[in-house]
Design a binder for this molecule. Structure first.
Ligand code: IYR
Length: 222
């Protein structure tokens, strides 16, 4: 087959079926133990851990391999304070009337409200920005493809990478969240996608008693 670009050999780790099944069970158990956390410890997290999780997220497949994401990692207390203030201002509006009764009812089991102390307590806030377009070396705009899907996959890998090293996070989406682009001085074309507080759960942290859907409700076989 004629190929325009160079290729490299690729293969996957050779595993017996039994080894695969064992790993499948172990990985499921690991991931099934993950929970979104809203009550964070202020225990520091080394930058290297956050960096590796971002690197892992950045292995995500993406439209035309454009990797249309930027992760902005914030540990500076002053910046975290500004983000909390802006997020709480929006959330106060949202909980105070912008969200429908149906939405508030759906959220009730999570016990959330407009207060977001984790935005200052967590040692890191990592904001994933979606690059709606990129730039060529000469500065011209370059189209990006499947930006939402690509960023969603990267976000999933980021969450898994953090959990893998014993860290907790939350997919926080204050709405609207344009303020993140302003505070973090992101260029045109970057839209905030998800804000992840990253850290350890607070001592004695609790999470809502949520159950996951059974296999019969999430998969169809035919
Ligand atoms: N952004 C708000 C509300 C919120 C919405 C959904 I959908 C959630 O799953 C959780 C919260 C907040 O962060 O509180």
């Amino acid at each position: 087959m004629d190929r325009a670009s160079p290729t490299v050999p690729y293969s996957v780790e050779p595993l017996t079926e039994a080894e695969s099944i064992e790993r499948a069970e172990a990985f499921f158990d690991t991931m099934d133990a993950r929970r979104s956390v809203r009550d964070f410890s202020d225990r520091p997290v080394p930058r290297a851990l956050v960096e590796r999780a971002i690197a892992t997220a950045s292995t995500a497949p993406s439209g035309a391999h454009m990797q249309p994401w930027t992760f902005v990692a914030v540990s500076d207390a002053e910046t975290k304070g500004r983000i909390r203030e802006a997020a709480e201002a929006e959330e106060r509006e949202s909980y105070g009337g912008r969200m429908s009764d149906e939405w508030l009812e759906a959220l009730a089991p999570l016990g959330t409200d407009w207060r977001k102390p984790f935005l200052e307590t967590a040692p890191w806030l990592v904001v994933l920005f979606a690059q709606r377009w990129g730039r060529r070396p000469d500065g011209a705009k370059r189209k990006h493809y499947y930006v939402q899907e690509s960023c969603g996959i990267a976000a999933g890998l980021f969450i898994a990478a953090l959990h893998h090293v014993g860290l907790a996070t939350l997919t926080h989406t204050p709405s609207p969240m344009r303020f993140l682009g302003e505070i973090l001085e992101r260029p045109d074309g970057e839209a905030p996608f998800i804000l992840f507080p990253v850290g350890y759960p607070a001592e004695g942290a609790r999470v809502p008693d949520l159950k996951r859907k059974p296999m019969s409700e999430v998969a169809v076989w035919r």
